[in-house]
Design a protein around this ligand. Structure first.
Ligand code: GLP
Length: 237
């Protein structure tokens, strides 16, 4: 694991963007992308750049069940707004949160097929305060593939800041599994702020355990973790 500690989210986003540019220049064609507040500055750098994305394919980690792509809380909408509207890709994929209302298994199987047909070159990740990656909560099997996830009360609470009302937060999502994420050739995990310090410590220094989903990254051959000093504050040398 390579760890890059930066002064701020902005610096960290600059570092992450450099890695993406390098990987794309070296032939990366399929990017695994993430939502949440963590990658927003990275996407700003990206849209402000001259980087050509028209030959790239993106595959996002997850989508809420029941939100249409034009719902401003859906991850489809988030990606359009923060990246794809300004930087069109050749093809962009997110799980089908509408098909998943009545057929979550079908929506998950469709997405696994997409990932199998488009092996991910570089996967971007944020991390939850409990060490979750995408919506893979503690206890998710390391061999999981795309599946429906019932969101925990803590994740619903954490994500309610983006919604008008906590009751509006969907109760489930379709999400890439840990095995899908680990199949990416390269992984970049970003975390900023003290609220992520415990999760970062457990991810990097703790045992590899399904209780901390991100700890599996210790077993991946090509991971870069980008943190600011606050998120790195519980790491010891
Ligand atoms: C959600 C998302 C994750 C994200 C995490 C942290 O649960 N599904 O992909 O990494 O929240 O979000 P944030 O970056 O806003 O802290």
């Amino acid at each position: 694991m390579k760890i890059i500690t930066t002064e701020s989210n902005i610096q960290g986003s600059v570092e992450a963007f450099k890695i993406f540019k390098h990987e794309i220049a070296s032939g990366a064609k399929v990017l695994g992308l993430a939502t949440g507040s963590t990658p927003v500055t990275l996407y700003q750098k990206w849209t402000a750049s001259s980087l050509d994305t028209s030959n790239l394919i993106s595959i996002n980690l997850d989508e809420y069940v029941g939100l249409t792509p034009d719902n401003d809380q859906s991850y489809h909408y988030f990606m359009q707004k923060h990246l794809f509207d300004k930087k069109p890709f050749k093809k962009t994929y997110l799980p089908d949160g509408i098909k998943a209302i009545n057929d979550p298994k079908g929506a998950a199987a469709d997405y696994n097929k997409i990932i199998a047909e488009n092996p991910i070159d570089v996967q971007l990740l944020g991390i939850g305060q409990n060490g979750h990656i995408a919506f893979n909560e503690p206890g998710t099997p390391f061999d999981s593939i795309t599946h429906e996830v019932k969101l925990t009360t803590n994740t619903i609470k954490a994500n309610s800041r983006f919604f008008n009302n906590i009751d509006d937060v969907p109760k489930s999502a379709i999400c890439m599994g840990i095995a899908n994420i680990m199949s990416a050739k390269k992984i970049i995990l970003m975390a900023f702020g003290t609220s992520k310090a415990k999760a970062i410590k457990a991810t990097i220094m703790g045992p590899v355990t399904e209780d901390v989903p991100a700890s599996i990254l210790q077993r991946h051959p090509n991971v870069t973790v980008i943190v600011d000093h606050a998120a790195a504050s519980e790491l010891t040398k």
